[in-house]
Design a binder for this molecule. Structure first.
Ligand code: NAI
Length: 344
């Protein structure tokens, strides 16, 4: 099967190299197709997200992506389509997600013995972040020099879609509960509507438990009592913040995997950025992208190998082979080679 590869920048190319090294060692018949994006695409197509690259991702349906240094291209991104229509997005990653119709960003937070703090060693939850709406819809403007305002968009279609995905995921993965995280006490109409749509869908899944928490309380409990959560479904912004917290509670941003899933395509990427402070040093933690690769394997139905890689990654970490972000001295490729040596 052909898989798109978007190397990204900063630590992106290093993490991609380590991840493909591990996936290649599995010999499950994956063929990599380089797809230019960001600076590489600027040089070739004069646009950071060229329609040619998007078309290749749509055709292949699955891609793996390194992080991108978006500050080099700060601000909005306009994508012009072949039919002459154009759409402006608030950020680089938002543009990729929405051009490809990706609607949910699942980000697991799973504790690792000896690395996560004792309260979070047994943590095992997944955050389903809605990624098409909320305050990230680029509906905002300045009012002269006195104010600025932003629309926090919430449609029934988008909330029901991400909620159904979360309940279906819970059913398929034998998870017991789906929790909606919102702020319906303060943003009563918009987050109230998110909660209402969530509850409407929850009623159609009587076999799965459901509940909800205000985002401030959820953040507190995430730190103090993570076992309260199983599957969390939430808005774009709360999901963005909570998933970085999840990676921190695992032990490092470099441990947090993720995906962006739609009906036509899926792009798998780590939850962190391009880490310019450590780029090019060969010390970035590749766990986040290797585990994103594990999510990708499950997405394409390669379950047994996915389980084996995840087990090998955890064994490697627990054995003490660790990159500097989690107190070790290993390099990126040294870590990847150790994972491969444990695949059996
Ligand atoms: P960052 O996530 O890149 O880095 C924050 C801290 O975590 C840094 O100290 C970094 O060294 C560390 N870190 C991150 N990933 C690591 C890894 N795999 N191994 C070891 N340490 C790791 O966040 P920052 O510095 O705010 O953003 C850097 C750039 O990345 C910016 O241009 C930002 O816009 C972009 N970004 C891109 C994303 C994407 O492409 N999906 C997501 C988030 C940020």
């Amino acid at each position: 099967m052909k898989i798109g590869v978007l190397k990204g920048d900063g630590i992106g190319p290093e993490l991609v190299e380590a991840t493909l090294f591990v996936l290649d060692a599995c010999k499950v018949g994956l063929e990599w197709v380089d797809i230019p994006i960001a600076n590489e695409a600027l040089v070739k197509y004069n646009h950071p997200i060229p329609q040619e690259s998007l078309a290749t991702i749509r055709e292949l349906k699955v891609a793996i992506k390194g992080p991108i240094s978006v500050d080099k291209m700060k601000g909005r991104i306009t994508c012009v389509h072949k039919d002459g229509s154009a759409h402006t997005y608030p950020s680089f990653n938002n543009a990729i997600r929405r051009e490809l119709g990706l609607f949910v960003c699942p980000r697991p937070s799973k504790g690792i013995p000896g690395i996560s703090d004792p309260l979070h060693e047994t943590m095992d939850l997944i955050i389903m972040r809605e990624i098409t709406e909320d305050a990230y819809s680029a509906i905002e403007h300045r009012i002269g020099n006195v104010a600025a305002e932003c629309v926090k968009l919430c449609t029934r279609e988008a909330v029901e879609r991400v909620t159904r995905y979360s309940f279906d995921y819970a059913r398929k993965n034998k998870r017991k509960k789906v929790t909606c995280v919102h702020k319906a006490n303060a943003i009563s109409i918009t987050d109230g509507f998110f909660l209402e749509c969530f509850r409407d869908v929850a009623k159609t899944y009587p076999d799965i438990e459901s509940d909800d928490y205000f985002v401030d309380a959820a953040t507190y409990y995430f730190v103090k009592r993570p076992e309260m959560f199983d599957v969390i479904v939430t808005t774009n912004q709360y999901g963005d913040i909570l998933s970085d917290l999840g990676a921190a509670l695992m032990g490092s941003l470099g441990l947090g995997p993720g995906g962006n899933i739609g009906t036509e395509a899926a792009v798998f990427e780590a939850c962190h950025g391009s880490a310019p402070d450590i780029a090019g040093k060969g010390i970035a933690n590749p766990t986040s992208l290797i585990l994103s690769g594990v999510m990708m394997l499950r997405h394409i139905g390669v379950y047994e190998m996915a389980d084996r890689i995840e087990k090998a990654v955890r064994e490697t970490l627990i054995s003490g082979v660790r990159t500097p972000d989690i107190g070790g001295t290993s390099g990126t490729m040294e870590f990847a080679r150790n994972v491969v040596s444990r695949l059996g």
